[in-house]
Design a protein around this ligand. Structure first.
Ligand code: KIV
Length: 273
């Protein structure tokens, strides 16, 4: 029996994630940027597929996510949505598509839903974006928050180090998480913060906390698929468990192909007409 035959076909909604938290069922989330990866993830039973702006780093080869545009996200999120039947599809709002004002945020989120067919949007930030979150949710667009290490602010922080390690920063994180919950998010991604703090926030809040580098005490986990598959190897944070070494596997296959063609061993007679 293939893995996909064991997975309940029931479509995952934002409401289901809240129910999963209440029932103590861990939420699984991974990223996708293209049709094939999204389809494989969906068939593997992952609950949430994020068309993330990490596309800038792992697909476009850029240093940061900052230059990813609305057009890039609409393109990738649209392809992902087309492939997915079961998982909840969340589209990342790229840097500067929601920070200027809530009108722009609403217009861009509306495009994500109407043109790319995502079922929710994700944006980075705490109290300062709660007015925008409220506006989107009031318009019927579910919002996922993102706190802790927020890659779109890399130029403000200057590093990808662990966040909220001081009492003051921990307090800000707690307040931001509560504010986002009050503003109406259905879940919050918390990235690269001490496990004890993330656990405390997950226990304090009703909405699910989905961790990345935030320990095992939260309500679910997300990773960048290309990281966990060993496809993106430029750096290896300790929170990334490598479930495969696909980059090495692919390079080996390409090298064997190159050698076979050069040696006249491909194609064979059986591979010819
Ligand atoms: O863009 C992304 O892949 C993300 C995850 C790291 C949560 O935001």
């Amino acid at each position: 029996m293939s893995a996909s035959q064991n997975i309940p076909k029931k479509k995952i909604t934002t409401r289901n994630l809240g129910e999963m938290k209440r029932e103590g069922a861990k939420i699984t989330a991974l990223t996708a940027y293209d049709y094939l990866m999204a389809q494989i993830l969906d068939n593997s039973g992952v609950d949430v597929i994020l068309a993330g702006d990490s596309v800038g780093m792992v697909v476009q080869g850029l240093e940061t996510t900052v230059t990813v545009s609305m057009d890039h996200m609409l393109y990738h999120a649209g392809i992902v949505s087309r492939a997915v039947e079961r998982a909840l599809v969340v589209g990342d709002l790229p840097f500067m598509s929601y920070q200027v004002n809530s009108d722009e945020a609403l217009r861009n989120s509306g495009r994500m839903v109407k043109e790319a067919h995502v079922e929710a949007v994700k944006l980075e930030g705490g109290e300062s974006i709660c007015g925008t979150v409220d506006r989107l949710v009031s318009a019927g667009i579910p919002v996922m928050g993102h706190l802790g290490l927020t890659p779109q602010s890399i130029h403000k922080f200057g590093s990808y180090q662990v966040r909220a390690t001081t009492d003051e920063e921990a307090d800000i994180l707690r307040k931001d998480a509560r504010a986002l919950e009050q503003a109406g998010v259905f879940a919050i991604v918390i990235e690269k913060v001490p496990a004890a703090l993330a656990t405390e926030i997950a226990q304090d809040l009703d909405v699910p906390i989905i961790g990345i580098g935030a320990g095992g005490g939260v309500d679910g986990q997300i990773l960048v698929s290309h990281d966990m598959l060993g496809l993106y190897t430029r750096f290896h944070p300790r929170f990334v468990r490598r479930y495969a070494q696909l980059g090495e596997e692919m390079q080996g296959a390409f090298q064997r192909y190159v050698a076979d063609v050069r040696a006249g061993e491909f194609p064979s007679e059986a591979e010819s007409y």
